[in-house]
Design a protein around this ligand. Sequence first.
Ligand SMILES: [Fe+2]
Length: 387
Amino acid sequence: MCGKRVMTDGIATISYLTTASFGFGASALLAEVLAELAIARPFVVTDPGVRAAGIAEEVVDAACEPGRVTWFDRSPPNPTEAAVLEATGAFRAARCDGIVAIGGGSSIDLAKGVALLATHPGPLVDYAAVHGGVERITSEVVRTIAIPTTAGTGSEVGRAAMINVGGRKLDFMSPRLFPARALCDPGLTFGLPPHLTAATGMDALTHCIETYLSPLVNPPAEAIALDGVERAARWIEEATSNGRSRPARWNMLMASMEGALTFQKGLGAVHAMAHPLGALEDLPLHHGTLNAVLLPAVLRFNEPAAPEKYDRLRRVVGLGADVDLAAWVADLNARLGLPDGLAAMGVPPDVLPRIAEHAEQDPATETNARPATRTDYYELLRASLGD
Ligand SMILES: [Fe+2]
């Protein structure tokens, strides 16, 4: 049965919205948390890469007898409705009573989709925020324990899931979608390759910057966002160049969590464009890489709307008062080995009008620092194409 107690030193318990156990070795608390939540038949959601690396097995085998566990290890790079439906069928067939999501944002978001559909009638699209779905998530969903293996999305402490439905990347959002618990173990990110460390790290940095710049009034969230900006700016290069660095991995996972803790303040134009770009069929684009590439143009666009906040961001990052924050991000992208524009990622210019149209309708547009129209988005996309 699932329920062996493991004592681990040096792990902080942080109760903000989701209770997170954070620190090296935190994933070893899985047995204890399963017992706390009275989950006897866990459904483990992960992706083929994490499964092949042995990370998920190590965590699960230490906590559970094999006969009690049902695996779903086919999370796609961007969660899709088809994958959610397949996984929900497997969850029901095995009569599972809880979910353990081990992986990046894709696995955790897919798990949230399963938690929702296993407790609410379909179709999934009815629950998308853009279709008024927030009000339709009316009862508790399946309890989920989230164990991140990347430092970027922060989905382990977030109330949202991004899922591709019919070629659109839709936002599913509800306080009920918060994972019941998060086990944030920086040691699980040691094996993340440099390019993914850089790309997911830029996602975390972008979350912190966009939420900080959001015009909604929420100083506590801004304080968390600024702390995340400082950590990510300080440690992303070391995490990328030296994946075994304990302080770099710890700080990047913390920056990732902090970015998601501030989500309630809203994101901005970077994410409004990254969402439709990430849903392009036949062109799988990494979310964090998209954010990295789009961030400089959006920073230039937004600066007139929030000059004092830009001054504070420069101070937190350690830049002089006359340094262009957008140029700093572009230089950072180059040092991290990330693409210098959308063109280098394979985005053809002829899709930009459609992306601009969808970006204007994306919920993240509402909290961008400066109002952005479809025309603005088109110009931002063109400015982000690169050479
Ligand atoms: Fe993101």
